[in-house]
Ligand binder design. Structure first.
Ligand SMILES: [Fe+2]
Length: 169
């Protein structure tokens, strides 16, 4: 997951838009909202990933780093979920914005005692953003087609290795 894919024109526009928001240096929650606005305005199609990347991995959700900002302020990943694939219950070390490019992601939200506090289905074309704390969740592809999503994190994933702060299961 540490090899950065070559940039595409769709990604170049998105990166420029996100960079402008980051340069405003507002707090995490506000940054997540503003980056979500930019991802809605510049949402690429699933062909942002190569056909090989879009196939996914048989054992786990497959992550592909599409951009890592040189100053470490953000990075962009493509995630590919085959039917039935799921994350563990986790939260994050930074803000995160997710846009679904294909399929549907089923998201379960939890409080700090791991009581379920909400579920939602994030459909293709939908974008959401959040910032810790209160961001404990699990994402699962509970449909019969592959799901693809774009994740923007407020850190350089290639340097820190993961966006996860802690696993709860
Ligand atoms: Fe997450």
């Amino acid at each position: 997951m540490t090899t950065v894919s070559p940039a595409t024109p769709a990604l170049t526009d998105l990166v420029a838009a996100v960079r402008k928001v980051i340069d405003m240096r507002v707090d995490w929650a506000h940054t997540a909202d503003l980056v979500a606005d930019q991802l809605r305005a510049h949402l690429p199609g699933p062909d942002l990933l190569t056909p090989d990347q879009r196939r996914g991995h048989p054992d786990r959700p497959a992550g592909h780093v599409l951009h890592a900002e040189p100053d470490g302020t953000f990075s962009i990943l493509g995630l590919v979920w085959r039917p039935g694939q799921s994350t563990r219950i986790h939260d994050h070390i930074t803000w995160c914005v997710v846009g679904v490019l294909a399929g549907t992601e089923h998201e379960e939200l939890f409080d700090e005692s791991l009581n379920p506090v909400g579920v939602r289905d994030n459909h293709s074309g939908e974008v959401s953003g959040f910032a810790p704390p209160g961001d404990i969740h699990r994402i699962r592809n509970d449909r019969s087609e592959t799901a693809i999503s774009l994740h923007i994190y407020g850190t350089d994933i290639t340097r820190v290795g993961t966006s996860v702060r802690r696993y709860y299961d």
